[in-house]
Design a protein around this ligand. Sequence first.
Ligand code: DCP
Ligand code: MG
Ligand code: MN
Length: 339
Amino acid sequence: MHPNSTNSSQNPNARTIEVLDQMCKYYDQMQDQWRTLAYRKGIATLRKQTTKITTAQEAAALPFIGKRLAEKIEEIVLTNRLRRLDNTRDDPTDQTLRLFLGVYGAGLSQANKWIQQGYTTLEDLVDRARLTDSQKVGVQHYEDFATRIPRAEVAAHGAFVRTALQKIDPGFEAQVMGSYRRGAKDSGDIDVMITRPGASIGTLRNVVFEQVVPQLFAADFLKVKLATSSRTSDGTKWHGASCLPTSNVWRRLDLLIVPEEELGAALIYFTGNDIFNRSLRLLASKKGMRLNQRGLYKDVIRGKAREKITDGTLLEGRDEKKIFEELGVPWREPTERIC
Ligand code: DCP
Ligand code: MG
Ligand code: MN
């Protein structure tokens, strides 16, 4: 999550950050997006401090650290631990919930249903629960998907996809996005963006879905296609699992199809991180603009709650640097987009 936190042990708040990171991970596993986000912002603030923050009052004076988080910081400094975190570790239902939430494709309601049905282990799910195909894969490869992917292996999966694409048409490009592009030493999944200068979205989709994906299955690199819960699937994404010939660990792989006109906006969106993206979108909306994974738009009319009333007109989609310029944001290297 924080790939560039190299000299973290030298940070005066290293121990506080370590404990808060665990708490953040817990909320992330619980799919509590609000608390996860609040912790990540607070942790980012702490990382920037050059002195040790010891009191709640000191902590609360810093950006993105509210009263509750400030109190937790003080508790960690005073006791070297966090009761809230200890509690989660002692509660068996909580542990089972987290176990089940780790199954690919299982959300909170599904995980809670399994608990209500009396299941407590992954074996219970295999033996007794009625699972979707994706959930079956999620259980069978639970360990695989929970394991971080070393940077070199992420690159190798990207290269495998690129080679297959360029055999069909040398004009194709495949670029690894997400945490990898931000320079992370390991990643949770592999995000590969596919594009080709001059090709229409129809051509891109056809080559990817009708040619590359089948070929990569035949090569035994792709293992399975996985369903997503998102309603936003517009036929430009493929989710599944891949495995290198030299390995037996399955990895989560996303293929993202992007036409040239949208390349710059997609580069921004799929590089992230998600907090950086949110802050750019908020800034755009404050300036009467709108940013999404397809482009930056101007003259967007919004209502009282910043809800958009008109779509606006496209300012820039193709060029990543130009989008920063139009937004009036100084260029940030991907490795600096950690927020
Ligand atoms: N993204 C976003 N908002 C989301 C999900 C994703 O802005 N809710 C963008 C930013 C992410 C990128 O898509 O960086 C890729 O999403 P991933 O979930 O794969 O996240 P990362 O690649 O950043 O991290 P990980 O190493 O966990 O895969
Ligand atoms: Mg990723
Ligand atoms: Mn992904």
